[in-house]
Structure formats: C-alpha cells, structure tokens
Write a protein that binds this ligand. Structure first.
Ligand code: CU
Ligand code: ZN
Length: 193
C-alpha cells in the first residue's frame, strides 16, 4: 500500500523508525503489547467507622468491606462495647443521627421477614441480618462474614450508603426485627476504592 506508506512517510514515522536501533524498536513493540493487555478487575472496597451513639460512649471500631468471589466480605473489629451478645445489622440509610434511628429499619429490599442471613439467605432474611457479635470482658469483639448476594456498590443488594448498627441487646431472631433494643453503635458505609 504505497499510498498509506506515503502518508506515514509524510508524518516522518518511517524515517524515525528506520533511524532507531533494534533494541529501541523492540522496546516500542513490547510497550504496545503490554499496554494492550486487559487490566485486572479491581475489587471494590468499602468501610464504616463505627462510633457510639451516646455523646460520652467509648465505643468505636471499623468494618471493612470487599467484593469477593463468593459474595461480600465483611470484617468487623470493635472496642468499648459492654460485654455480652449484641445484634449487628445493616440498616437502610447511611445516617447515624438521632441516636442511630436515622439509619431506618433493617436493609430489606425484598420485603421479607427478619432472620439470620448467613443461614436463611436473601429469600428468608433481611439483607442486613448479620445476626450477633460477641463482646468479651475487655469490651472487644470481632467478626468475619462472607455474605452471598451482597456487594459494596453493585446491584440491588449494594450496601454503600447504608449503615451498620450495633444494638444494646442480643438479636433473638423474633419478628419483626429481633428485639435487640436501642442502637448503641453506628457507622455509615462508604466506598473506599
Ligand atoms: Cu439492627
Ligand atoms: Zn432484620
């Protein structure tokens, strides 16, 4: 295609290529190849900084979130909580105002009954029903969940813009919301990458 080659020559591309050393040409070829490789999909991550809802509360902690192969990875570490068992849920709205009440009810896009999400699944539990966390005598507790169906920011079960709530009492899995009492800890969920 002399016409095309002529056009390149007008731009000086061939002259420049011909003037280059072999290693320089090889470098450009490899660079083009590497740049054309598809980028690996970056896992979306999120977090929530948990704070006590009472003014003088020592309660604080962090929830880390990451989209994983089998669902949403949820990792909690919290301190300053009264020892014992406490309900731990995702509530609908990402606001902790009004002693955590502004977070609304349990995240429940399907309008199903309250349950224990890791066992009952999204068909028979609210999408926010993570159950309970156990707090030791030192006021510390932690937990790990892999929740099938939820995601940080994609689809109908995305949790960004919602809030984690730690309750005063244990979730006893009774209807309508597990009878876990007041909201002593709260943290809005934000996307971090
Ligand atoms: Cu709750
Ligand atoms: Zn619930």
């Amino acid at each position: 295609m002399p016409g095309t080659k002529g056009a390149w020559r007008l731009l000086g591309v061939f002259d420049r290529l011909e003037a280059m050393s072999f290693s320089r040409r090889l470098f450009i070829l490899v660079a083009f190849f590497v740049l054309s490789l598809p980028l690996p999909a970056l896992a979306i991550t999120g977090e929530a900084q948990i704070r006590g809802t009472a003014e003088d509360s020592p309660l604080h902690g962090t929830v880390l979130l990451q989209d994983a192969e089998g669902g949403l990875n949820v990792s909690l570490a919290v301190t300053g909580v009264p020892s014992g068992r406490h309900g731990f849920h995702i509530h609908e709205f990402g606001s902790c105002a009004d002693s955590g009440n502004a977070a609304g009810g349990h995240f429940n896009p399907e309008g199903v009954e309250h349950g224990y999400l890791p066992e009952d699944g999204l068909e028979s539990a609210h999408a926010g029903d993570l159950g309970n966390i156990d707090i030791g005598p030192d006021g510390k507790g932690s937990g790990e969940w892999l929740i099938r169906g939820l995601s940080v920011a994609e689809g109908p079960y995305s949790v960004a813009g919602r809030a984690f709530i730690i309750h005063e009492k244990e979730d006893d899995f009774s209807q309508p919301t597990g009878n876990a009492g007041a909201r002593i800890g709260c943290g809005a969920i934000v996307i971090t990458s």
